[in-house]
Design a protein around this ligand. Sequence first.
Ligand code: SF4
Length: 333
Amino acid sequence: MHPFALERPRDLRSALALRAQAGRNDIATEYLGGGTDMVQLLQENVRSPERLVSLGSVLDKRIEASPQGLRIGGGATMAETAAHPEVATRFPLIAQALLASASPQVRNQATMGGNLLQRTRCPYFRDTGYSACNKRKPGSGCAAIGGENRWHAVLGGSEHCIAVHPSDLAVALVALDATVHVQGLSGERAVALADFHRLPGSTPHIEAELRPGEAVTAISVPEHPVNRRAHYLKVRDRASFEFAVVSAAVALDLQDGGRIREARVALGGVGTKPWRLPKVEAALAGAGLQRDALRRAAALAAQGAQGRGHNDFKIELMQRAIVRAVEAAGGVA
Ligand code: SF4
């Protein structure tokens, strides 16, 4: 691990100023939230900043529910958010996704803002013994495309990167039309979560719509009839602690008689960003919960999917995950 200076600013404005000052002086500087991902990256020499600016004690940690929706401070931990009674009852998709993530120890430490910015689990990215990784070293190539790619994306990839976005939380939030609030020295901005994570294109090292020096300060989720009837299904190699091979986040508003009035569907483990499925949602609107109708709608998720060999199985698996998650959300599974 390279040595670095750790700054503990008194407030958010001081943290933003430290980061801006470092940028002007060309000092490689990064923010540190709960540190659960950053410490691994430091230990593995994937990141080697000269200075870390801790946000742990300066970010808002409040979790507030109102008739208009939910607001979660960027410094709230995953565990605090999952255990909040209003999150558990009014936004169960968020609580389920959080509780399916990581381990209790990690959830006690990791922040909500940091969760959205965690780096990919692509083994070629995490192991500096491999020289070809455009995300870690722009222009160096992609070892995964012709290599072992069982864990990689079938949606949203490019010839420069096929790494999966690893967050369960982001998949639930994108299904619920969440907004990310960010702040820099020049002010605050709100970005729809659907637009926050970038497709890799030719610049996979740029992962989020953040301007230099901006920090994630809060997440908000609007009130909506789909919020309460939801299911997060996570398929993984081991139940105790693992990232998703495939996950499906589903939220439903049902009519009397059980037909679907509105559906929200997003996938994890298969896309280079949290992957919302508007065509599947449109096909589910007005449908019943019979297996045949659900399978026809879920098949639309495969449009544009591209397997790379070892990950071909995900294309069928993600359709089955959608069907099972809709059935669970609808109460027929
Ligand atoms: Fe690097 Fe992306 Fe290729 Fe993985 S998939 S080796 S992160 S460029």
